[in-house]
Design a protein around this ligand. Structure first.
Ligand code: SAM
Length: 378
């Protein structure tokens, strides 16, 4: 099934919303700032025109969405002043899948503009024009040569679909009991995932190459890995634990085993090498930098009084509980469509326990890749 139909961050501002549970992604965004600043400076030095087109792909909703816009406008303003240029007008396009809570963004815009004008002075509104574009970034979204800066954070690890080659048609399912590449998965599973990733990234780059001006810049950050082994714990252990939590519900008669066997997450954490190879092979962009950074599963959040979360009348007190909320805000819609709504609360209680146990043995980290590229010209 297409990701478009099943992936949707939890909307609104409630307890399980993405807006309330996206500190890890916020931390990841903070790691990108130097790359974005370098890209903005480069764009201004090229002095393209009086207007600048910028797109944020996979913007979701919540505090992270407009934080990036504010940061980029700050950079544009201070760099332009230093260089003695007049301020360009910036067209900001916020993109996500059609099921995204765009309404939340629209509702928050007046407050955002008001706050920006208080902080940055009147005129902000005439400098920064924000619109929203619903659709998949695996395909064209914008007119030809309309973008100078493209950004995407914590989104490109989502594939356009689960690898079709994994669809259950054999008597024994290829990835039995698992929902992502695991140490026990046969090599055909990781090959199928790599093939889908390559197809998707290539289409993504081709689409952006048409939409961006020559010399335009793109900063992308997404989960990945430094190891060549696709089953490395840093690549997808969050899925391993989720599969374990689901499996524990099979014996309780609450989840059908076949439902686990037939579900494969439309997600891929590529290695640095796989990203580099695909960008070079597609050929439209020159790599300026490609880095791998570590971020803890709960963004390093620690407190003496453990984080207490009341879920389904059971109390989870832990870093595991916090991680479970972060993951739930992202994958709930997807799991609901495969396993039904009834199991969700209990599933994430179990998941929190498993994550706690994992924390007691190690410091779980994600590897976040930050790729900065320039559109080749002309
Ligand atoms: C974890 S959120 C990241 C949101 C935000 N960029 C941040 O850093 O907080 C990932 C977002 O990517 C979006 N996404 C996934 N696949 C997409 C696609 N093919 N096209 C557009 N958006 C996509 C999801 O809907 C989701 O809102």
């Amino acid at each position: 099934m297409d990701t478009l139909q099943i992936l949707r961050m939890n909307g609104g501002e409630g307890e399980t919303s993405y807006a309330k549970n996206s500190v890890v992604q916020r931390k990841i965004m903070s790691y990108e700032s130097p790359s974005i600043e370098e890209a903005v400076t480069d764009i201004l030095c090229k002095n393209f025109s009086e207007t600048m087109g910028m797109a944020d792909l996979g913007c979701s909703s919540g505090p992270n969405t407009l934080t990036l816009v504010s940061e980029v406008i700050d950079m544009v303003n201070s760099k332009s002043q230093k260089m003695g240029f007049s301020l360009p007008e910036v067209r900001v396009s916020l993109n996500d899948l059609p099921g995204n809570d765009f309404n939340d963004i629209f509702v928050s815009l007046p407050t955002f503009y008001q706050k920006q004008e208080e902080e940055k002075g009147k005129g902000f509104r005439n400098n920064c024009f924000i619109s929203c574009v619903g659709g998949s970034f695996y395909g064209r979204l914008f007119p030809k040569k309309s973008l100078h800066l493209v950004h995407s954070s914590s989104s490109l690890h989502w594939l356009s679909r689960a690898p079709p080659r994994l669809a259950v048609d054999a008597a024994v399912p290829l990835n039995k009991g698992k929902i992502y590449i695991s140490k026990t998965s046969p090599s055909s599973v990781s090959k199928a995932y790599l093939s889908q990733f390559r197809e998707d990234l290539s289409l993504f780059l081709k689409s952006r190459s048409e939409e961006m001006v020559p010399g335009g810049r793109m900063v992308l950050s997404f989960l990945g890995r430094t190891s060549a082994d696709p089953a490395t714990e840093h690549g997808g252990h969050q899925w391993e634990l989720l599969a374990k939590a689901l499996t524990s519900m099979v014996s309780e008669g609450r989840v059908l085993e076949e439902k686990i066997d037939s579900f494969n997450a439309p997600y891929y954490a590529p290695s640095l090498e796989e990203v580099r190879n695909e960008v070079e092979e597609e050929g439209s962009f020159v790599i300026k930098s490609l880095k791998a950074l570590e971020v803890e599963w709960d963004a390093g959040f620690q407190t003496d009084s453990a984080c207490e979360i009341q879920e389904n009348k059971r109390k989870i007190s832990s870093r595991g509980g916090r991680v479970a909320k972060t993951i739930r805000a992202v994958v709930e819609s997807m799991l609901e469509s495969q396993f039904g709504r009834d199991i969700i609360d209990d599933l994430f209680v179990k998941y929190a326990e498993l994550v706690d146990d994992y924390f007691s043995r190690t410091t779980p980290i994600y590897i976040n890749l930050v790729l900065s590229v320039t559109r080749k010209g002309p």
